[in-house]
Design a protein around this ligand. Structure first.
Ligand SMILES: [Zn+2]
Length: 107
């Protein structure tokens, strides 16, 4: 959007990058009639959404360790128990090495 708005000036400028940055602060556009925005607002909002999107994606992949997310699990075969993340479906039992759906044990 910002590139599209500034392209006529940027493409004919000697130094396209600095012209683009300068235009971000100078160009106004009417997103809602009567309300003027500067192009730089779009860049800021876009960056914030991009960063929050990445953070949410990382959290959803559980790459960060969240404290308090361990539970006591019980193997349906050997009945032994171990502590792990209860959200995982199929896991290898650390005692008998079988691929199991562990049972959650409530304290
Ligand atoms: Zn087991």
């Amino acid at each position: 959007m910002t590139l599209w708005k500034t392209w006529p000036e940027v493409s004919s400028a000697e130094n396209p990058f600095s012209t683009y940055l300068a235009l971000l602060w100078e160009e106004n556009f009417e997103f809602i009639p009567g309300l003027e925005f500067r192009l730089v607002y779009l860049v800021v909002v876009g960056d914030v959404m991009l960063i929050s999107g990445v953070v949410i994606w990382l959290l959803s992949r559980q790459w960060f360790y969240l404290p308090g997310k361990t539970g006591l699990l019980e193997c349906p075969f050997c009945k032994k128990r171990w502590r792990s993340n209860p959200d995982k479906g199929l896991v290898h039992c650390p005692h008998c090495r079988q691929l199991v759906h562990p049972r959650m044990v409530h304290k």
